[in-house]
Design a protein around this ligand. Structure first.
Ligand SMILES: Cc1cc2nc3c(=O)[nH]c(=O)nc-3n(C[C@H](O)[C@H](O)[C@H](O)COP(=O)(O)OP(=O)(O)OC[C@H]3O[C@@H](n4cnc5c(N)ncnc54)[C@H](O)[C@@H]3O)c2cc1C
Length: 437
């Protein structure tokens, strides 16, 4: 490590850690301060009885190239931590099943084949889905102006049934925003990232270890080996500017001078730190305007031996949206039920929510016994709202204040709020600092 002043990073989520890894890999000294007792931010470990689960079930895909690159940089073999399968979307609605599987064909033929051969859709629905995909591909997945996902589906003649069973679950899973409000432009970017380049981009990558073990702990070990400082329980309280230049930051009662500081917190925490500084007020307003959406996860422990046929199964026309099989994490009988975006359930207490979800699963899997135990985890500000026109509102890494940078899933990455978005933002931010360092 050189003797130059360290880059200060505030926030030890995946964006802050990715920025730190990129800087450390270039021998740039780093100190990272995390307010919470553990690293990982919105992708962190949580307890459930004797088990370690996640604060919400996460899914990665083959297109998460920067995340996979950083795992390799830290010396982690993908198969050690992630279970990779070819795209298989199974969505249950009572007795009916929609099943779409990608064959081992080159992109985009794998998508065309998956749509043409999908089970549970009529010939007309399959033809409409394929025609829409071809048209979107020919347009380069761009729109003249942003519209909602619902409008996009109407324009491409997707009927009510295929929208409800296929497109709405995909929209909620990827944008965490209801289709009536979600940005079609951002949805198209997800489709492009997943289907337009390499066949393996659409693969599903399901964590085999807790999220903390998957990334944060490995990143902290790598950073410490490289001489970086990583400190938890260290809350940044205030930024200190000299005109339009960053001077220092107060962390846990200490004033630290900083030539480059990356604010890698979630948008609400970033907004609080930007407040009161005239050169940053417009940026603060821009961040506040992004809004947010919740994600609720229910962990249901069934007796070991009760499991789903696939690692991940969707449900439509129910409150429960996606079910994940946790035996891959060595937790047999444990099912994670994910409910994305806002809804009536946000006003319910845990007991009512659990009763409803347990009843839905009992209807869908009548041979299963009642669960032995459960835990509800609500993340009220899980992601920024991927609403129509959001791309124009997302801030860049650079700010109007020299030396102050932003990183996080909400910055202008072109991706929705995802682990990969956070990682790309951190890496992109670090690369800009490396140029100025
Ligand atoms: C329930 C849930 C399910 C999700 N599912 C998926 C999924 O399946 N796939 C996917 O790709 N993405 C998913 N996401 C999104 C993904 O988790 C986020 O996009 C990503 O973790 C955001 O990382 P980040 O580093 O930008 O922000 P954060 O993770 O929010 O990190 C910011 C960090 O800053 C810290 N901090 C805040 N204020 C201060 C301060 N003043 N001083 C010091 N530190 C501070 C926080 O404690 C936090 O650790 C999900 C998110 C949630 C909540």
């Amino acid at each position: 490590m050189s003797a130059a002043p360290p880059v200060v990073i505030i926030g030890g989520g995946w964006a802050g850690l990715a920025a730190a890894l990129e800087l450390a890999a270039h021998d740039i000294p780093v100190t990272l301060h995390e307010a919470a007792p553990q690293l990982g931010g919105r992708a962190r470990n949580a307890p459930f009885g004797d088990l370690t689960v996640d604060n919400g079930q996460h899914l990665l895909i083959g297109a998460y190239r920067e995340t996979l690159r950083l795992l390799a940089l830290m010396g982690t073999a993908e198969a050690e931590v992630l279970h990779r399968t070819r795209l298989c979307l199974k969505v249950l609605e009572g007795d009916e099943t929609l099943l779409m599987q990608a064959p081992p064909l080159p992109a985009p033929l794998h998508l065309a084949w998956a749509q043409l051969t999908a089970r549970g859709l009529s010939l007309g629905e399959r033809r409409a889905a394929l025609t829409m995909s071809l048209r979107l591909m020919l347009s380069g997945f761009t729109l003249a102006r942003d519209i909602s996902v619902s409008e996009l589906l109407q324009q491409h003649h997707q009927g009510e049934r295929i929208s409800r069973r296929l497109w709405a679950p995909l929209c909620l899973a990827t944008l965490n925003t209801p289709p009536e409000r979600a940005s079609a432009q951002l949805f198209l970017r997800v489709l492009q990232e997943s289907f337009a380049h390499r066949r393996h981009d659409a693969d599903l990558l399901i964590p085999k270890v807790s999220l903390g073990e998957l990334f944060a702990q490995r990143a902290a070990d790598f950073l410490q080996r490289r001489g970086a400082t990583v400190a938890v329980r260290q809350r940044a309280e205030a930024l200190h500017l000299d005109g339009e230049r960053l001077e220092a930051v107060s962390v846990a009662g200490q004033r630290l001078r900083a030539r480059h500081l990356i604010l890698a917190t979630a948008p609400r925490a970033a907004s609080r730190l930007l407040a009161g500084h005239p050169p940053l007020l417009a940026l603060q307003r821009q961040i506040n305007d992004l809004g947010s959406q919740p994600i609720t996860t229910l962990y249901l422990q069934y007796p070991p031996g009760h499991r789903l046929e696939e690692p991940m199964v969707g449900m439509s026309n129910t409150l429960s949206q996606w079910l994940f099989e946790r035996h891959l994490c060595g937790q047999p009988g444990l099912i994670a039920v994910v409910i994305s975006a806002e809804g009536e359930q946000d006003g319910w207490d845990h007991e009512r929510l659990t009763r409803r979800v347990v009843a839905e699963l009992a209807r869908q899997f009548p041979h299963w016994p009642p669960p032995l135990s459960s835990r509800v985890i609500r993340e009220r500000h899980a992601t920024f709202e991927c609403g129509v026109g959001v791309e124009a509102r997302r801030p860049a890494n650079a700010t109007p204040v020299r030396g102050l940078w932003l990183a996080g899933d909400y910055t202008a990455t072109g991706l929705p709020a995802t682990l990969e978005g956070a990682v790309r933002s951190g890496v992109q931010c670090a690369r800009q600092i490396i140029k100025h360092y």
